[in-house]
Design a protein around this ligand. Structure first.
Ligand SMILES: COc1nc(N)nc2c1ncn2[C@H]1C[C@H](O)[C@@H](COP(=O)(O)OP(=O)(O)OP(=O)(O)O)O1
Length: 212
């Protein structure tokens, strides 16, 4: 059951209804923020399809994610999202902003990641594997069956020919906001992580919500 948020994490401002909250650690402090983007192609049909990329190198290598990267000097986040989508998988799309996420890591990058999330239902061009990303389609359940806590990886679905969303090989925060993205909701969130000695990111505390 979603509840109106009375206490928001540092770095999140506005009037929100929280959809997923967890962890007992104190929120981490951070001094600088760097801006990033992440873009997803989402197509409702039989089956419903989500385009992800398998990251072959760099930050988040060997995980599936949307297509995106750093916002360069002089660019808006929307311009960066379009550029990264083209660079990483060869397509153009009418991207719409749908989410803002803040990630802070103890023992990892010393800056906080501010990631602007975009989505589109159509695209033009030919999906192309690049040296950074390998695009792949996944199926997801009908939106009517999706709630913020739906485990999309195990839900019985239509479209058996595509694999389900591969949460085991995605960032651990994704399962908390992916249902909102797929449902066409706007969302915000923050997650704090700890990078352990084996190079694994453990989520310490998280908060995700939608505009009230
Ligand atoms: C920590 O949780 C995260 N979850 C998700 N879903 N995505 C994340 C998380 N942390 C970072 N990201 C995303 C944000 C960006 O889309 C990429 C990282 O961008 P990258 O470092 O690859 O930026 P580029 O500009 O493409 O870098 P190079 O061209 O220098 O390789 O991960």
């Amino acid at each position: 059951m979603a509840t109106r948020a009375s206490t928001l994490p540092p770095g999140i401002e506005g009037d929100f209804t929280e959809t997923s909250v967890g962890g007992n650690d104190s929120w981490l402090t951070y001094e600088t923020t760097r801006w990033y983007t992440n873009a997803f192609i989402i197509q409702e049909g039989s089956p419903n399809k989500l385009l992800l990329g398998y990251k072959k190198r760099g930050f988040g290598a060997h995980l599936y994610n949307g297509f995106g990267g750093k916002v360069e000097a002089g660019e808006s986040p929307a311009e960066a999202a379009a550029r990264e989508l083209k660079e990483e998988c060869g397509i153009d799309a009418p991207l719409q902003h749908c989410g803002s996420l803040l990630f802070v890591t103890r023992g990892g990058p010393e800056w906080a990641f501010q990631i602007e999330i975009y989505r589109a239902e159509e695209y033009s061009g030919t999906l192309t594997e690049t040296d950074e990303m390998r695009p792949e389609w996944f199926r997801y359940p009908n939106i009517a069956d999706v709630t913020p806590s739906t485990d999309l990886a195990v839900t019985k679905e239509n479209g058996e020919s595509l694999p389900p969303i591969p949460y085991d090989t995605m960032w651990p925060d994704d399962v908390h906001w992916m249902p909102l993205l797929l449902a066409g909701r706007h969302f915000v969130g923050r997650a704090d992580f700890e990078l352990d000695n084996e190079g694994k990111y453990k989520m310490l505390r998280w908060w995700f919500g939608v505009p009230a």
